[in-house]
Design a protein. Structure first.
Length: 79
């Protein structure tokens, strides 16, 4: 690294990336079967909701041509 021209007031911040701790974190607890099933079910629910909204919303995004569905009012049929 390059030398600094002025001293850093918080030298410990500059050296934080070189710090090594001798304390190891505790091991992660394993998920229970019910927690795994709950996460899987939540993911499945989210995916099903996205797919369902896509299936329901797709017909609303289609463009209808005006000449394919001629609409006439009852008043124009009587005259």
């Amino acid at each position: 690294m390059f030398g600094r021209r002025e001293p850093v007031p918080f030298a410990f911040v500059a050296e934080a990336d070189r710090f090594r701790s001798n304390i190891t974190p505790p091991p992660r607890e394993r998920l229970s079967v019910s927690q795994k099933a709950g996460r899987w079910l939540m993911g499945l629910t989210i995916v099903a909701g996205l797919v369902g909204s896509l299936v329901i919303g797709t017909p609303a995004l289609t463009v209808d041509r005006p000449d394919s569905h001629p609409q006439q009012s009852q008043a124009s049929q009587n005259h």
